[in-house]
Design a protein around this ligand. Structure first.
Ligand code: FBP
Length: 710
């Protein structure tokens, strides 16, 4: 051991032991960098070729035909390994290429391995091949801002999370001027191919760029990225081509691990409800996977709420001979009631604590809020396109924005003109708390998307939950269950007969009940005294015995919450084995597409939902995946997002298990321990649980079908 003689702070950092112990280059990092993900079978051959698979069919949107004529006829292609290609094919495959790569949108674990897979494949074929990384996302393409990616750089990011090697951005290349700039950069760099690693919007960009650069012979390819898991591709017959975008598994596992820690905390300290908002701008895939991984007491899935029908309202309206259209789709009030129901039932079982999972994009599924989002999107986009200043600079503070909306509403009333914002909208909007109004009016992202991550969804919902729990407390419905054994002990220690007071105090005073519930009519010391007096169990009508008072006090719940947001942490997490392997193979797939001349295609892995040995790299045409969607107040062609399917096996399992996971009964909770993220080892998940379960569901359906046919 080196003797420590140094006394200044700077000197201690020079001690070899200190340097070793505190090095940025940790042991965990070294091990991660050294990990080599396995490759799909086809990549064991030195060359690959593409074969069209006509079994997959798509219905084409007429608008895509018009806008993407050169890539609209692309088909699904399977990649096969080739050991000895024809000489001209070989020569073309091995020719020196310049390839550019860009990350676009939010980070997702595994992005660096896409680069590593692509780099290894292209250098393996021709060491002269060059890889360029555009910096800070699509802006790097527009500004001609890039670096050459060499072996040293790749090696220092293998299997690591984040997009820090070349960083990312959300700029969209969506105007003729930007297209021109992109084309200029790509031609000046003499690029053979451009690879866009991104989500729905970025792959849309990839298709439009592929069209733009078609005549220049520059190939453009997409890679399905997003932790949100909403890039999933099926053909018209429902055949799965890409089961999940990369990064989803890691983010879900990271959230699940942290949320499990909160399950441990709340069941130890027994005083908090941990409210966990989980990322996913629109779809609730992440919330569903987290629920399956952790078994939280309550989890909401946006897509289920959108399907909700309030039968009571429908019946009431029917009685009056009317139709209540507001009965379709859940309201915020309804969502808060669902949560309250779980909280009240757990408290009755002595568990006034727990974990709630709320998807970030939940509000998109609440009709009343979605209407506001769409109307405000249009108002903001219209303002921006008709004025020199943008909406948010023109109306910097909330009051200014509200004044502007009020003026629109007034105009619609006074001039009897159709306006997207009328007095009813304005009245309803003004009932919302200011932080919520502010959230709904936040700046849209560069794609015109509402920024759900900026919205305090959990705060909105939990505000309503708290209000309603107060009412339920006043009504005597929300009560802590009193452990029967504790009640007896408390009474006997105080020299009282539990059986004398029990029937007067509790609504379920029976020997077999583990938890006793104080009567609903007892909501204060005053009502307690009245009830006990009426039952004739008080010796002195003015005095409540201390043990009885203690029992009553213990039955009054305090509702305490801690709010957590799981999003950015999971996006930056080092990838799981699944994501390390998936992305490394996506990188290799993308090179195969480049070397075989594809453009306007997305690299993917067929059978991703199955064991690794069944994975098959494929190429999916992007153009047929597009549809029209409202963006910036206008209908725009974009890649269609996949929402969580409430008919899927994963959802059915969740729905069937949630009563068990609520655990509103005596006995322990059913929390599941997913464990920390690893890239190797037997305890590491092979696949996301959603994929495993949905695959089981499809197999079961197939077997039923073949069973019926026999
Ligand atoms: P991508 O679709 O670009 O992958 O991003 C997804 C996401 O992580 C969402 O889950 C979240 O709502 C959003 O990005 C947050 O965006 P920002 O980074 O702009 O805060």
């Amino acid at each position: 051991m080196t003797e420590i003689k140094h006394d200044t702070n700077d000197d201690v950092l020079k001690l070899p032991e200190v340097e070793r112990v505190t090095s940025d280059y940790s042991r965990a990092l070294k091990e991660r960098l050294a990990f080599t993900p396995p490759v799909c079978d086809v990549f064991s051959s030195p060359y690959t070729s593409l074969k069209v698979d006509d079994n997959f069919v798509f219905r084409l949107h007429p608008e895509t035909r018009k806008q993407l004529p050169d890539i609209i006829s692309n088909a699904v292609e399977r990649i096969t390994g080739v050991d000895a290609p024809d000489p001209d094919v070989k020569q073309n495959y091995e020719k020196k290429r310049n390839i550019g790569i860009v990350f676009s949108g939010g980070p997702a674990p595994g992005g660096h391995n896409v680069i590593a897979g692509l780099f290894d494949a292209m250098k393996g074929v021709n060491p002269e091949n060059r890889l360029y990384g555009f910096l800070l996302g699509p802006d790097g393409i527009l500004d001609n801002n890039y670096i050459e990616i060499d072996a040293e750089l790749v090696n220092s990011y293998r299997n690591l999370g984040g997009f820090s090697m070349i960083q990312t951005g959300r700029t969209k290349i969506d105007t003729p001027a930007k297209m021109k700039m992109a084309r200029k950069t790509c031609t000046e760099m003499n690029l053979d191919a451009l690879v866009i690693v991104g989500g729905d919007d970025s792959n849309t960009n990839a298709a439009f760029l592929a069209q733009e650069l078609y005549k220049d012979g520059i190939q453009v390819l997409g890679v399905p990225k997003t932790i949100d898991g909403d890039i999933q591709v099926r053909d018209n017959n429902g055949e799965i081509l890409c089961a999940m975008s990369f990064g989803f598994h890691t983010a879900a596992r990271a959230f699940a691990h942290n949320i499990h820690n909160l399950c441990s905390d709340c069941s130890s300290d027994v005083k908090y409800w941990h409210v966990c908002k989980v990322m996913g701008r629109s779809a609730s895939h992440l919330a569903l996977e987290v629920a399956l991984q952790v078994h939280p007491n309550i989890a909401l899935i946006g897509e289920e709420l959108a399907d909700f029908v309030d039968e009571d309202r429908i019946r009431q309206a029917e009685k009056q001979g009317t139709i209540d259209y507001t009965a379709y789709g859940a309201t915020l009030r309804h969502v808060s009631r669902l949560i309250c129901d779980g909280i009240v039932r757990r408290a009755a079982a002595g568990k006034n604590f727990g974990v709630i999972v709320i998807p970030e994009g939940l509000l998109e599924f609440i009709n009343e809020i979605q209407v506001f989002i769409i109307k405000l999107n249009t108002i903001i986009a219209d303002y921006n396109s008709t004025h020199d200043t943008d909406f948010h600079s023109a109306f910097p503070v909330l009051d200014d924005k509200l004044d502007h909306l009020r003026a629109m509403a007034r105009m619609s009333r006074e001039n009897h003109i159709f306006s997207i914002w009328n007095t009813r909208d304005d009245d309803l909007f003004n009932v919302l708390p200011p932080f919520f109004q502010e959230g709904l009016l936040t700046e849209r992202d560069s794609h015109g998307n509402f920024q759900f991550s900026q919205m305090e969804t959990d705060k909105v919902i939990m505000g309503l939950v708290k209000d309603y729990l107060k009412i339920l407390t006043e009504r005597g419905v929300y009560k802590n269950g009193i452990k029967a054994e504790w009640y007896r002990r408390t009474m006997e220690n105080g020299g009282l007969d539990p059986d004398r007071f029990g029937p007067a105090l509790f609504r379920n005073y029976k020997k077999e009940n583990d938890f006793l519930l104080v009567k609903e009519s007892i909501v204060s010391i005053k009502t307690l005294k009245q009830k006990l007096g009426k039952a004739g169990v008080l010796d002195d009508p003015d005095t409540i015995p201390k043990p009885v008072e203690n029992v009553y006090t213990a039955s009054v719940p305090k509702f305490k919450t801690q709010n957590h947001f799981y999003g950015y942490d999971g996006r930056g997490n080092d990838p799981t084995w699944f994501d390390c392997t998936y992305t490394y193979n996506l990188g290799r797939t993308v090179f195969s597409l480049v070397a075989n001349g594809a453009t306007g295609q997305m690299a993917a892995i067929y059978n991703l939902e199955k064991q690794f040995t069944e994975w098959e790299p494929i190429s999916i045409p992007i153009a047929p995946l597009m549809h029209l969607e409202e963006r910036n107040g206008r209908l725009t062609m974009v890649l269609e997002k996949a929402y969580a399917d409430t008919d899927s096996m994963a959802f059915k399992v969740f729905a069937a298990a949630r009563e068990k996971w609520l655990a509103a009964c005596s006995g322990p909770d059913c929390y599941r321990r997913p464990g920390p993220i690893r890239y190797a080892g037997l305890s590491e998940d092979a696949r996301p649980m959603t994929l495993v379960l949905n695959d089981l569901g499809r197999q079961a359906a197939k077997n039923r079908y073949t069973g019926l046919a026999q």
